[in-house]
Each structure stands twice: as structure tokens, then as C-alpha cells.
Write a protein that binds this ligand. Structure first.
Ligand SMILES: [Zn+2]
Length: 139
């Protein structure tokens, strides 16, 4: 049986975000890290939010974190597939600046979500599309 078509909206790649999507394709979560002060800058921005330095390098992070906040969507857009699903703000373990990443859960019952719960970033290669999405799964 053929896989069902992927109907969710997909992000648009451009020259600025290309390194990030090349990272997810390799199942790595890359975040701009300031080459001056060493701070992480998520979401990506042309200058470091701590020192305004524009010299940053895409750097792999652990992908491990804890749930800072979440929502369980019981009636989402039809293209988002089966309800319910979880939308999570995951605070990654990297420091000193908190990296809080927004994403959807996968392979878990979202009713089990709890603040402070450990989770990790996992990757979903989208069939028929040249993109790999990131999701959050329970550790
Ligand atoms: Zn900086």
C-alpha cells in the first residue's frame, strides 16, 4: 500500500535557512552559535542577541531538553492528520542562554505530556519531499 500523501504545510527553504535544513536532513539540529561570546541564538537571527556580533556558526546541539510548556490540540486542521497531537516548547539543555524550540510531538500519546518532562528531538524524513522535519519524542 502506498503511503498517504503528506498534506501538512512544509517550510520554505532559502539561502539563509539552508544550513538548518541540511542539518535536519543529516538528522542533526543546528543552531547559530556566536563566534564572539559563544551564546546560542535560536531562533536564527543575523546578529547575536547577546553581543550583536554577526559572526555565527551553525553548531549541532544535543537535541535533549525538557518540556517548558505544551498544548494538546484536539481539533487541528484536517491536513495535520490524526488528533490529538502535542505542540511543545522544549527547552534544550544547552546553556548559558536557554534554547526554547517549538515543535510537534511524534510517536507518543500527547495526553502524557508534563511540564519538566525530558524529551528529545527526532527526525521525520518526508516521503516524496526534499525535506526532513524535526519532532519531539519522549525520552
Ligand atoms: Zn555573541
Amino acid at each position: 500500500m502506498d503511503a498517504e500523501p503528506y498534506l501538512r504545510p512544509l517550510p520554505k527553504k532559502d539561502p539563509v535557512n539552508a544550513p538548518f535544513w541540511e542539518g535536519t536532513a543529516a538528522h542533526k539540529f543546528l543552531v547559530p552559535k556566536c563566534n564572539d561570546c559563544g551564546d546560542w541564538n535560536w531562533i536564527p537571527y543575523p546578529a547575536c542577541r547577546s553581543c550583536l556580533c554577526e559572526d555565527q556558526s551553525w553548531t549541532e546541539v544535543s537535541g535533549r531538553g525538557t518540556v517548558m510548556s505544551f498544548s494538546v490540540v484536539h481539533r487541528g486542521p484536517l491536513t495535520f492528520g490524526k488528533d490529538p497531537y502535542g505542540v511543545v516548547l522544549l527547552e534544550l539543555e544547552e546553556r548559558p542562554r536557554s534554547l526554547v524550540v517549538l515543535g510537534n510531538t511524534i510517536d507518543m500519546d500527547p495526553e502524557e505530556l508534563k511540564i519538566g518532562m525530558p524529551m528529545k528531538i527526532v527526525y521525520e524524513d518526508i516521503p516524496g519531499e526534499d525535506i526532513t522535519m524535526y519532532r519531539f519524542a519522549a525520552l
